[in-house]
Write a protein that binds this ligand. Structure first.
Ligand SMILES: [Zn+2]
Ligand SMILES: [Zn+2]
Length: 169
């Protein structure tokens, strides 16, 4: 969903959107079965455009160890600042970074809310997710999920006598 800045002029508008999963183009191992919702304000002035508001989503993220999807609840505030290319001077960058905001350069006369939501979500995504604190993960030899199943790989390593018995069968 795009906001036309020429039509907005120097002014502001509010938005309340649901971004479908297909427009979030998530990374491998991350799914947004219900998309993401966002609401906030787009304010355009001589200094540039500020998009601020809040984003909520319940992504399914694969457990870092066993790859089972884990539902996470994300809800956070964001501010994204866009400046016109001609205003993007070193001074401006220093000034805005001092306020600890994200700064981007405007590309054309449109603001794409979907891609802003996507970027903000990526910034908030946890690096590691575990289905439970003591997740046993997958066997690195046969790929069995050791939380729900056992495999014989370890036995083979530990006790060669069992391996010998198995060969007799
Ligand atoms: Zn796990
Ligand atoms: Zn195994």
């Amino acid at each position: 969903m795009k906001i036309d800045l020429e039509r907005l002029g120097h002014g502001s508008t509010t938005f309340e959107i649901t971004v479908p999963e297909s427009d979030l183009s998530p990374e491998p191992g991350i799914h947004f079965p219900n998309g993401a919702s966002a609401k906030g304000t787009v304010a355009s002035g001589s200094a540039g455009v500020t998009v601020s508001g809040e984003i909520a989503a319940r992504p399914l993220i694969d457990c870092t160890r066993c790859l089972e999807p884990v539902e996470k609840e994300l809800s956070f505030q964001f501010d994204a600042v866009f400046v016109r290319p001609e205003d993007f001077t070193a001074d401006k960058e220093r000034e805005v970074h001092g306020e600890d905001l994200n700064v981007d350069i405007l590309e054309g006369e449109q603001i794409d809310l979907y891609s802003i939501v996507r970027e903000q979500l990526l910034l908030e995504m946890p690096e590691q997710v575990f289905c439970k604190e003591d997740c046993k993960g997958l066997c690195d030899r046969c790929g069995t999920n050791l939380n729900t199943d056992e495999c014989r790989c370890k036995d083979d390593d530990i006790d060669p006598r069992w391996a010998a018995l198995k060969n007799l069968k």
